[in-house]
Design a binder for this molecule. Structure first.
Ligand SMILES: [Zn+2]
Length: 232
């Protein structure tokens, strides 16, 4: 079940197209997996479009529109939340890791040709860089069962979307579809569940700052075992 969502402010920014492109990628992919946020964004987009139309007609002043937008927005976010099941992507490209196939959410499929080779890091951890343009660093990260990312903090923002499986980080437990926004004030140690591996997509502003011992061990043969499918 999806428990962690972008803030309402982020969703409004996404609907208005004013949040940073990298954040927009993750919010969009989260909406692929979360019906609740998808429906909020749709409503926000419709309201904004309608109000802009009213403004263009000159029938309402900017002040009235701002007030109406605020009221409508309050009404949307105060609705009792329906907690839908994470929807499963039924079409699109897959990522093959650890003998398993994972569907990539539609919003991330355009990057499937930009996924680099998988590298084996310490602690049952695999990473494949993804070129998304700009200076941000994006990666698919796969934690094998019980695998963990060494304790680290962040320089700038780290945004993570859980694509499949679950992990805990000593603060919360995250499941498929969860959207996690962290910054330099957070230190955590993600650990995958013991019964299944966990695939996440993560975008960071700056490389992680590891606060416990960290050695990166590249397996030069990893690309022979891990690949991205380009088939639908
Ligand atoms: Zn959501």
């Amino acid at each position: 079940m999806v428990r962690f969502h972008p803030t309402n402010q982020t969703l409004v920014g996404f609907a208005d197209g004013i949040i940073a492109p990298n954040e927009s990628i993750l919010v969009s992919a989260h909406c692929d997996l979360c019906e609740q946020c998808r429906s909020k964004v749709l409503t926000m987009t419709e309201i904004t479009a309608e109000l802009i139309f009213e403004q263009d007609k000159g029938s309402k002043t900017a002040n009235i529109i701002d007030n109406e937008l605020a009221n409508m927005f309050d009404a949307i976010v105060s609705r009792p939340s329906v907690i839908p099941q994470a929807s499963v992507c039924t079409t699109g490209k897959s990522l093959f890791i650890d003998g398993k196939s994972f569907k990539i959410p539609p919003s991330l499929q355009r990057f499937s040709e930009s996924v680099g080779d998988w590298s084996h890091l310490v602690g049952k951890l695999w990473q494949a860089p993804v070129s998304i343009g700009g200076k941000n660093l994006a990666n698919f990260i796969y934690m094998e069962r019980g695998g963990s990312v060494p304790e680290h903090t962040h320089i700038g923002n780290e945004r993570t979307l859980v694509l499949n499986g679950s992990f805990s980080d000593g603060v919360n437990e995250y499941d498929t579809g969860d959207y996690i926004a962290l910054n330099e004030s957070h230190t955590h140690t993600p650990i995958a569940a013991l019964d299944e591996g966990c695939l996440v997509f993560s975008i960071i502003d700056e490389p992680l700052h590891f606060t416990s011992g960290w050695a990166r061990l590249i397996n030069p043969l990893s690309h022979l075992y891990f690949k991205v499918s380009t088939k639908n």
